[in-house]
Design a binder for this molecule. Structure first.
Ligand code: NAD
Length: 337
């Protein structure tokens, strides 16, 4: 059993911990937090050993009556691998602790690519993380783009990708984010950071990305245009994408007209937290004009990277090959809406 420690138990960390529990070949040895908030309460009620991420703040847990098993060093020394899901920039600060214990670590997309030996997307470059010491699972948006571009590149060739990302202003729990009533080009000048981030997975790809931020919390939406190198029609693209386990082609008959109904569908399907691990590509939006492919896809920012973290755990510990890991993760999570 791979012993997994989760450092940072927020939006991503709590989902990764639950996904690890669902696996047959790994278990959670503990989670590290800075505050004794409601997430600390639920971590304890789920049976996770709780560690104080910052030693000086340990007394806050004592005052709140929340039992603490130790500090960050204790967790890192116990774990075979750490998933660091702390806010952007903290992972880089924690790296020295992981190195001191010779414990391999997986970081999230908010960290700079330089923090890790490789950036990671299971479908695109699983092998690059095998045996690495430090791996960075790319952001929710880059994960969504990588899953889509990997099969398109392999089967049809990608001459150029142009993507406009309409981004949620904040997650449902992020009361300090916005805009509340505005539409922001973000950034105003080309490119948004997503194109360069995609290049950490596909160094030679030609991609331009533009970003907008809108008053929404549910999901991101990508307007995708990819100039292909092969002469294909929309049905060829549909057939290719339908083969991919982490791409959900939203059927016209479902009557799902946006992120709201997608989330309803996920909740009605019994998905924990209403999570949607798959890219949601509207089948009807897939169109080919000349060499140009167009489509819309929605990305659930809070959960699509969860499956990738599970695969990154197997890659970094060299516990399984790519196809086996992806299949196991998909089966245990219940991938496929
Ligand atoms: P979050 O704020 O929801 O959770 C972070 C957690 O880390 C919080 O519980 C916080 O208390 C804790 N923390 C803060 N400082 C810490 C420290 N020094 N040690 C241990 N824990 C500490 O953040 P999040 O949204 O889960 O994001 C985590 C990472 O995942 C970031 O790199 C982010 O860019 C990336 N990411 C976020 C999303 C998203 O949409 N939320 C999607 C993909 C990737």
């Amino acid at each position: 059993m791979i012993q997994v420690g989760v450092v940072g138990y927020g939006t991503i960390g709590k989902r990764v911990a639950d996904a690890v529990v669902a696996q047959r070949d790994m278990e959670v040895v503990g989670v590290a937090k800075t505050s004794p908030n409601f997430e600390a309460e639920t971590a304890v009620s789920k049976g996770y050993d709780l560690y104080a991420a910052v030693e000086e703040r340990r007394e806050l847990f004592d005052s709140a009556g929340i039992p603490v098993a130790g500090d960050l060093d204790d967790l890192v020394s116990t774990a075979d691998v750490i998933v660091d899901a702390t806010p952007s920039g903290i992972g880089a600060q924690n790296k020295a602790t992981y190195e001191a214990h010779d414990t391999p670590a997986i970081y999230q997309g908010g960290e700079d690519a330089e923090v890790a030996d490789t950036s990671f997307n299971a479908r695109a470059n699983y092998e690059d993380a095998v045996g690495a010491d430090h791996v960075r699972v790319v952001s929710c948006n880059t994960t969504g783009l990588s899953r889509l571009l990997a099969p398109l590149r392999e089967e049809f060739g990608v001459d150029k990708a142009r993507v406009t990302l309409v981004r949620r202003g904040g997650d449902p729990g992020q009361t300090d984010r916005g805009p509340i009533d505005d539409i922001l080009p973000d950034p105003i000048s080309l490119p948004s950071h997503h194109g360069p981030d995609v290049k950490t997975i596909f160094p030679d790809i030609d991609i331009d990305t533009l970003g907008l931020k809108v008053p929404a919390t549910l999901m991101h939406m990508h307007s995708v245009n990819v100039t292909l190198e092969s002469d294909v029609d929309a049905d060829d693209v549909r057939a290719l994408l339908a083969e991919e386990s982490r791409l959900f082609l939203v059927p016209a008959a479902a009557g799902i007209d946006g992120a709201g109904k997608l989330k309803q569908f996920a909740l009605d399907s019994g998905r924990s937290r209403g999570d949607i691990w798959e890219n949601c590509i509207w089948d009807e939006s897939i169109a080919v004009r000349g060499d140009d492919l167009y489509l819309f896809q929605a990305i659930h920012q809070e959960s699509d990277v969860v499956a990738e973290n599970v695969d990154a755990i197997r890659a970094i510990t060299d516990a399984a090959e790519k196809a086996e890991s992806i299949a196991t993760t998909d089966e245990t999570l219940g991938m496929g809406l």
